[in-house]
Design a protein. Structure first.
Lengths: 112, 112
Protein backbone atom coordinates (compact mmCIF):
# COMPACT_ATOMS: atom_id res chain seq x y z
CA UNK A 1 0.00 0.00 0.00
CA UNK A 2 1.26 3.46 -0.88
CA UNK A 3 2.01 5.91 1.85
CA UNK A 4 -0.59 8.67 2.06
CA UNK A 5 0.95 12.05 2.67
CA UNK A 6 -2.33 13.81 3.40
CA UNK A 7 -2.40 16.43 6.11
CA UNK A 8 -4.28 15.04 9.10
CA UNK A 9 -6.45 18.06 9.64
CA UNK A 10 -9.17 18.32 12.30
CA UNK A 11 -12.88 18.95 11.73
CA UNK A 12 -13.43 22.26 9.93
CA UNK A 13 -13.33 25.16 10.32
CA UNK A 14 -9.60 25.76 10.03
CA UNK A 15 -7.44 27.68 7.56
CA UNK A 16 -5.51 26.82 4.38
CA UNK A 17 -2.67 28.81 2.83
CA UNK A 18 -2.55 27.90 -0.87
CA UNK A 19 0.89 28.77 -2.21
CA UNK A 20 1.17 28.36 -6.03
CA UNK A 21 4.54 29.14 -7.55
CA UNK A 22 6.75 29.09 -10.62
CA UNK A 23 10.42 28.55 -9.83
CA UNK A 24 13.41 30.19 -11.45
CA UNK A 25 16.02 27.82 -12.95
CA UNK A 26 18.69 26.38 -10.64
CA UNK A 27 18.61 25.48 -6.96
CA UNK A 28 20.59 28.39 -5.42
CA UNK A 29 20.05 27.07 -1.91
CA UNK A 30 16.33 26.54 -2.43
CA UNK A 31 16.00 22.86 -1.47
CA UNK A 32 17.87 23.35 1.80
CA UNK A 33 15.82 26.41 2.71
CA UNK A 34 12.53 24.71 1.78
CA UNK A 35 13.38 21.81 4.08
CA UNK A 36 14.34 24.19 6.89
CA UNK A 37 11.11 26.20 6.48
CA UNK A 38 9.04 23.00 6.58
CA UNK A 39 10.71 22.00 9.84
CA UNK A 40 10.21 25.48 11.31
CA UNK A 41 6.56 25.62 10.19
CA UNK A 42 5.85 22.27 11.83
CA UNK A 43 6.98 23.70 15.15
CA UNK A 44 4.73 26.76 14.91
CA UNK A 45 1.74 27.00 17.20
CA UNK A 46 -1.43 26.34 15.20
CA UNK A 47 0.25 24.42 12.36
CA UNK A 48 -1.99 21.51 11.29
CA UNK A 49 -0.24 19.96 8.30
CA UNK A 50 0.97 20.44 4.75
CA UNK A 51 0.46 18.91 1.29
CA UNK A 52 2.70 19.60 -1.66
CA UNK A 53 3.33 18.75 -5.34
CA UNK A 54 5.35 20.28 -8.13
CA UNK A 55 5.31 19.92 -11.92
CA UNK A 56 5.48 23.05 -14.07
CA UNK A 57 3.76 24.78 -11.17
CA UNK A 58 4.35 24.03 -7.52
CA UNK A 59 1.40 23.92 -5.13
CA UNK A 60 1.93 23.77 -1.38
CA UNK A 61 -1.12 23.92 0.84
CA UNK A 62 -0.39 24.40 4.54
CA UNK A 63 -3.16 24.13 7.10
CA UNK A 64 -3.49 26.26 10.20
CA UNK A 65 -5.78 26.54 13.20
CA UNK A 66 -6.62 30.22 12.61
CA UNK A 67 -5.47 33.42 10.90
CA UNK A 68 -3.46 34.47 13.96
CA UNK A 69 -1.24 31.37 13.51
CA UNK A 70 -0.75 32.27 9.84
CA UNK A 71 0.15 35.85 10.73
CA UNK A 72 2.69 34.71 13.33
CA UNK A 73 4.34 32.37 10.83
CA UNK A 74 4.48 35.11 8.19
CA UNK A 75 6.19 37.41 10.73
CA UNK A 76 8.78 34.82 11.92
CA UNK A 77 12.21 36.39 11.36
CA UNK A 78 13.85 33.39 9.73
CA UNK A 79 10.78 32.92 7.54
CA UNK A 80 10.87 36.62 6.60
CA UNK A 81 14.43 36.15 5.33
CA UNK A 82 13.32 33.10 3.31
CA UNK A 83 10.45 35.15 1.84
CA UNK A 84 12.91 37.85 0.82
CA UNK A 85 15.24 35.32 -0.85
CA UNK A 86 12.23 33.75 -2.53
CA UNK A 87 11.35 37.03 -4.23
CA UNK A 88 14.99 37.83 -4.99
CA UNK A 89 16.17 34.45 -6.24
CA UNK A 90 13.91 31.43 -6.30
CA UNK A 91 10.52 32.38 -7.65
CA UNK A 92 9.55 33.88 -10.99
CA UNK A 93 6.06 34.39 -9.61
CA UNK A 94 3.74 33.18 -6.90
CA UNK A 95 0.22 33.47 -5.55
CA UNK A 96 -0.68 33.12 -1.88
CA UNK A 97 -4.33 32.60 -1.06
CA UNK A 98 -5.59 32.46 2.50
CA UNK A 99 -8.80 30.50 2.79
CA UNK A 100 -11.11 29.31 5.54
CA UNK A 101 -11.85 25.59 5.16
CA UNK A 102 -15.56 25.06 5.73
CA UNK A 103 -16.02 21.44 4.69
CA UNK A 104 -13.89 18.33 4.16
CA UNK A 105 -14.70 15.02 2.48
CA UNK A 106 -12.46 11.97 2.56
CA UNK A 107 -12.22 8.85 0.44
CA UNK A 108 -10.02 5.85 1.26
CA UNK A 109 -10.14 2.62 -0.70
CA UNK A 110 -11.54 -0.35 1.22
CA UNK A 111 -8.29 -2.19 1.85
CA UNK A 112 -6.63 0.76 3.57
CA UNK B 1 9.83 33.88 -20.01
CA UNK B 2 7.96 30.86 -18.69
CA UNK B 3 4.23 30.62 -19.10
CA UNK B 4 2.44 31.18 -15.81
CA UNK B 5 -0.46 28.82 -15.38
CA UNK B 6 -1.95 30.64 -12.41
CA UNK B 7 -5.71 30.90 -12.17
CA UNK B 8 -6.75 34.48 -12.88
CA UNK B 9 -9.06 34.82 -9.94
CA UNK B 10 -10.94 38.00 -9.02
CA UNK B 11 -10.67 39.97 -5.79
CA UNK B 12 -11.64 37.80 -2.81
CA UNK B 13 -13.95 36.56 -1.48
CA UNK B 14 -14.45 33.52 -3.69
CA UNK B 15 -14.15 29.77 -3.11
CA UNK B 16 -11.44 27.13 -3.55
CA UNK B 17 -11.91 23.38 -3.82
CA UNK B 18 -8.64 21.74 -2.76
CA UNK B 19 -8.56 18.20 -4.17
CA UNK B 20 -5.57 16.16 -2.89
CA UNK B 21 -5.28 12.62 -4.22
CA UNK B 22 -3.20 9.46 -4.46
CA UNK B 23 -3.70 7.58 -7.72
CA UNK B 24 -3.89 3.87 -8.25
CA UNK B 25 -1.40 2.37 -10.73
CA UNK B 26 -2.25 2.48 -14.45
CA UNK B 27 -4.27 4.92 -16.50
CA UNK B 28 -7.53 2.99 -17.06
CA UNK B 29 -9.08 5.89 -18.92
CA UNK B 30 -8.07 8.44 -16.32
CA UNK B 31 -6.17 10.94 -18.50
CA UNK B 32 -9.00 11.18 -21.01
CA UNK B 33 -11.62 11.62 -18.30
CA UNK B 34 -9.50 14.20 -16.45
CA UNK B 35 -9.20 16.25 -19.64
CA UNK B 36 -12.94 15.96 -20.28
CA UNK B 37 -13.80 17.03 -16.72
CA UNK B 38 -11.49 20.04 -17.01
CA UNK B 39 -13.27 21.13 -20.19
CA UNK B 40 -16.68 20.60 -18.60
CA UNK B 41 -15.70 22.46 -15.42
CA UNK B 42 -14.49 25.44 -17.43
CA UNK B 43 -17.96 25.76 -18.96
CA UNK B 44 -19.73 25.73 -15.58
CA UNK B 45 -21.31 28.91 -14.33
CA UNK B 46 -19.19 30.36 -11.53
CA UNK B 47 -15.94 28.59 -12.51
CA UNK B 48 -12.99 30.96 -11.99
CA UNK B 49 -9.90 28.89 -12.77
CA UNK B 50 -7.78 25.89 -11.80
CA UNK B 51 -4.20 25.13 -10.71
CA UNK B 52 -2.74 21.66 -10.65
CA UNK B 53 0.43 19.66 -9.92
CA UNK B 54 1.23 16.00 -9.30
CA UNK B 55 4.20 14.16 -7.81
CA UNK B 56 3.56 11.39 -5.28
CA UNK B 57 0.42 13.32 -4.40
CA UNK B 58 -1.74 15.23 -6.83
CA UNK B 59 -3.15 18.61 -5.83
CA UNK B 60 -5.77 20.34 -7.96
CA UNK B 61 -7.23 23.58 -6.69
CA UNK B 62 -10.27 24.82 -8.59
CA UNK B 63 -11.70 28.25 -7.89
CA UNK B 64 -15.39 29.13 -7.88
CA UNK B 65 -17.56 32.18 -7.41
CA UNK B 66 -19.59 30.68 -4.56
CA UNK B 67 -20.68 27.45 -2.91
CA UNK B 68 -23.75 27.20 -5.14
CA UNK B 69 -21.46 26.91 -8.19
CA UNK B 70 -19.48 24.16 -6.44
CA UNK B 71 -22.67 22.29 -5.55
CA UNK B 72 -23.95 22.48 -9.15
CA UNK B 73 -20.66 21.10 -10.48
CA UNK B 74 -20.69 18.28 -7.92
CA UNK B 75 -24.23 17.36 -9.03
CA UNK B 76 -23.49 17.44 -12.80
CA UNK B 77 -24.45 14.01 -14.16
CA UNK B 78 -21.32 13.43 -16.24
CA UNK B 79 -19.18 14.60 -13.32
CA UNK B 80 -21.09 12.26 -10.98
CA UNK B 81 -20.14 9.34 -13.23
CA UNK B 82 -16.48 10.49 -13.17
CA UNK B 83 -16.63 10.71 -9.37
CA UNK B 84 -17.96 7.15 -9.22
CA UNK B 85 -15.19 5.85 -11.50
CA UNK B 86 -12.66 7.79 -9.44
CA UNK B 87 -13.65 5.91 -6.30
CA UNK B 88 -13.95 2.58 -8.13
CA UNK B 89 -10.80 2.72 -10.25
CA UNK B 90 -8.48 5.70 -10.23
CA UNK B 91 -7.89 6.88 -6.69
CA UNK B 92 -6.46 5.03 -3.71
CA UNK B 93 -7.52 7.96 -1.54
CA UNK B 94 -8.46 11.59 -1.74
CA UNK B 95 -9.37 14.62 0.34
CA UNK B 96 -11.68 17.39 -0.84
CA UNK B 97 -11.63 20.62 1.14
CA UNK B 98 -13.99 23.48 0.37
CA UNK B 99 -12.59 26.80 1.51
CA UNK B 100 -13.56 30.45 1.28
CA UNK B 101 -10.64 32.54 -0.01
CA UNK B 102 -10.42 35.68 2.11
CA UNK B 103 -7.12 37.17 0.95
CA UNK B 104 -4.75 36.90 -2.01
CA UNK B 105 -1.20 38.17 -2.47
CA UNK B 106 0.72 38.10 -5.74
CA UNK B 107 4.37 38.28 -6.64
CA UNK B 108 5.71 38.64 -10.20
CA UNK B 109 9.37 39.19 -10.99
CA UNK B 110 10.16 42.60 -12.47
CA UNK B 111 10.66 41.53 -16.07
CA UNK B 112 7.24 39.88 -16.36
Amino acid sequence: MKKKPFARTPEPPYYAVIFSSIREEGDEGYAEMAQRMLELAKRQEGFLGVESAREEMGITVSYWRDRASIARWKADLEHQEAQRLGRERWYAAYRIRIARVEEERLFERGEV
